[in-house]
Write a protein that binds this ligand. Structure first.
Ligand SMILES: C[S@@+](CC[C@H](N)C(=O)[O-])C[C@H]1O[C@@H](n2cnc3c(N)ncnc32)[C@H](O)[C@@H]1O
Length: 237
């Protein structure tokens, strides 16, 4: 348990450092970066909700608004609210500035909070998105319960869109040494598939896929190669 707490703290510190640096050096919608465009599944969910009178969405680990801002732009002014939670202040400040620049500052509600401590009221949201954040925010013993709070927070007929890093491997490019991945919850693709299929058994699973991904990042002056399978789930309650 003590080792897990240390791993969680180290992994969260590394995530905060990496994302702070990334958001300070890359702009929203910048070509060739992962901020270039929103996730197409989230935009499809927005299109399905667009004729509703009022829409309330939640973006956990929203970053600088890659998904929340284009989602909010699908709705007439004053009809949608997107609560956007992120743990780092640079993300929240940039999100606020980006929402203003994109004309959706009334719809975007930036919230500085740890996802693990954010209370989601029952049935409050038409859509909850959590893209590449649950594995940072929830320790292994709270991982399943954490996803369950997203489910209870979704109204009947509403959507969840989650992406989770699975099968993460890290390699030091200089020494070719395998490293213990610096992530709060390391989950295999098989465990993740089984967990989501079980948790969402009474929902309509509209999409569940695993896509390989590889990139080199810099950490403390060393090049680290990341390889993983990205899980993407879209489900309707
Ligand atoms: C890979 S980025 C994805 C950002 C955004 N969802 C997107 O798709 O562009 C992960 C985001 O989660 C945030 N994050 C990491 N751990 C978090 C936590 N415990 N609570 C809230 N946000 C967290 C990071 O600061 C970062 O902005």
């Amino acid at each position: 348990m003590k080792d897990q707490k240390i791993q969680t703290r180290n992994a969260q510190e590394e995530s905060d450092r990496f994302h702070t640096d990334y958001y300070l050096t890359h702009d929203l919608f910048q070509q060739g970066t992962w901020l270039e465009k929103p996730n197409s599944r989230i935009m499809e969910i927005g299109a399905l909700l667009a004729n509703q009178e009022r829409v309330r969405a939640l973006d956990l680990g929203a970053g600088v608004g890659r998904n929340a801002i284009p989602f909010a732009r699908l709705f007439a002014d004053g009809t949608a609210t997107v609560d956007c939670v992120d743990i780092i202040d640079v993300a929240v400040e940039k999100l606020r500035a980006n929402a203003l620049a994109q004309g959706v500052s009334r719809a975007i509600n930036p919230i500085l909070s740890n996802v693990a401590e954010f209370h989601i009221p029952d049935g409050a949201y038409d859509a909850i998105m959590a893209m590449s954040v649950l594995e940072h925010a929830f320790a292994p013993e709270r991982f399943e319960a954490g996803i369950a709070t997203l489910q209870t927070g979704t109204r009947k007929g509403g959507f969840n869109c989650l992406s989770i890093t699975t099968d993460l491997k890290e390699r030091d490019c200089q020494t070719d040494q395998s490293l213990v991945p610096l992530i709060t919850t390391a989950v295999s693709s098989q465990e993740c598939r089984e967990l989501l299929q079980r948790l969402y058994a009474t929902w309509e699973i509209q999409h569940l896929s695993f896509s390989p991904f590889r990139e080199t990042i810099e950490r403390s002056g060393r090049n680290i190669e990341w390889s993983a399978n990205y899980c993407l789930l879209v489900a309707r309650r």
